[in-house]
Design a protein around this ligand. Structure first.
Ligand code: SF4
Ligand code: SF4
Length: 430
């Protein structure tokens, strides 16, 4: 087993859906597809109200280098283009499509292609056109990550199957049920990058997944179950014992990291020209009657997904998109599933904590996987001393939440640090 990174925590795993097979959710009546679902500039709308679309019709074009196109996830009619609740940015421009219940696919999509003979450039273009972004949560456009500058030689591609967030099991199920598609996708990435080594990283609470991958003859590194094992820098340290420099990127140490779901989406794009129109989402929490791993069309509202899971057990107090550590609490059940939505968690209680004074126990320092001093940073932010907060590495914070999780004084350290980061960036821009 690999050595691991320093810091981190081990919250209760609560992976109650790990034995629940992926089920395709029936077509929603309407989808609400945001033009912004990725890191970078929102896509530029290509359709107008009244347009007829099929599954896979491009409805938004990438607008700039760091951007990504978006596609219709159902066939039907565009009934509106307007602002709608968004799970990450609060509200954004959405294409609202009403289903014709035909599920008719765009021409050329879902037809088997012989992708093995394509060049690296052609494969990269397919991934770009298919709107593939990182499905682990960050939603960074995949083709950008696969296009490092020439001087940055990539020797290792790591496929991230850690799924270190508690409660989520979508990636675990994907490995168990579609290992060959994931491996093929990984090999496509490996070819594009010309990377000699391909490693799959899996935590030791998913030994069945590791076993399946090993049986297919790929290199698998089993890592200790520890949060945030799946964060890029921590993963590279654990797998290869390489340190990504402060402010640097994995490519600075010869690495690219891609999530298992992203690899599977790339395989589907290459093999069937299928754009990213659906994804696997874990729906769980004590507020959901029948927790599931669901294949959901992008743009399906949270309420439709929850209703498909039998509805609420009791009135919900909190709905989270993503995992319990890094996920985002939602203000509306109208928010749609987007490309980066790995989970929907519904809780019927939401404990409130009284923030106490810092007792200088240093727990937050011990668990910070980035080697920061959260207690110092939050105090500088509280005093609006953003310059000192930056000196103490606020911008290196990966917002994993380990510090707040371990703080006995219940200080919402990540909230302070996130606010500090936003202020530092705003002041720099000024
Ligand atoms: S300071 Fe940032 S990186 Fe460190 S534990 Fe807290 S949230 Fe994680
Ligand atoms: S864990 Fe909380 S109480 Fe302990 S040093 Fe950090 S901020 Fe202070």
């Amino acid at each position: 087993m690999a050595k691991g990174f320093s810091g981190g925590v081990h919250p209760p795993e609560e992976k109650h859906t790990e034995k629940t097979s992926i089920e395709a959710m029936p077509l929603p009546k309407r989808v609400y597809i945001p033009f912004s679902q990725h890191t970078g500039k929102p896509a530029r709308p290509l359709v107008e109200k009244g347009a007829e679309v099929k599954v896979g019709t491009k409805i938004g074009e990438a607008d700039g280098f760091i951007s990504s196109p978006v596609h219709s996830s159902i066939s039907g009619k565009v009934v509106d283009i307007k602002r709608h609740p968004h799970p990450v940015v609060g509200e954004s421009l959405c294409c609202i499509i009403e289903s014709d219940n035909q599920d008719e696919w765009e021409q050329g999509v879902k037809v088997k292609q012989n992708y093995e003979s394509l060049t690296r450039e052609e494969l990269l273009q397919i991934i770009k056109d298919a709107g593939i972004v990182g499905l682990g949560g960050a939603a960074f456009p995949t083709y950008v990550k696969l296009s490092p500058p020439k001087e940055k030689k990539i020797d290792t591609l790591i496929i991230n199957g850690c799924e270190c967030e508690p409660m989520l099991t979508a990636d675990h199920r994907l490995i168990l049920e579609y290992p060959m598609g994931i491996i093929e996708g990984a090999r496509i990435f490996q070819r594009i990058l010309d990377a000699p080594r391909l490693i799959f990283a899996v935590e030791d609470n998913k030994l069945d997944a590791a076993q399946i991958l090993k049986k297919e003859g790929v290199e698998v590194v089993i890592l200790k179950t520890k949060y945030p094992q799946g964060a890029e820098k921590q993963l590279i340290k654990a797998v290869l014992n390489r340190e990504v420099p402060r402010g640097g990127l994995p490519m600075d140490v010869g690495c690219v990291v891609q999530n298992v779901g992203t690899a599977y989406a790339a395989f589907q794009a290459a093999k069937y020209r299928k754009p990213l129109i659906d994804r696997v989402v874990t729906v769980t929490g004590d507020g959901v009657k029948e927790p599931k791993n669901l294949l959901v069309r992008i743009g399906t509202r949270a309420i439709d997904v929850i209703n498909h899971c039998g509805g609420y057990t009791n009135p919900p107090k909190k709905i989270i998109f993503g995992g319990p550590m890094m996920g985002i609490a939602q203000f509306s059940e109208e928010v749609p599933v987007i490309k980066g939505t790995s989970g929907i968690i519904v809780w019927t209680s939401s404990p409130t904590f009284q923030e106490g004074p810092c007792v200088r126990c240093a727990s937050c320092i011990d668990v910070c996987p980035m080697g920061l001093m959260p207690t110092e940073i939050y105090k500088f932010v509280q005093n609006r001393n953003f310059q000192e907060a930056e000196k103490f590495g606020a911008l290196d914070c990966i917002e994993c939440g380990c510090c707040a999780f371990s703080c006995p004084a219940k200080i919402p350290l990540v909230h302070y640090i996130k606010f500090g980061k936003a202020e530092i960036r705003r002041l720099k821009q000024k």
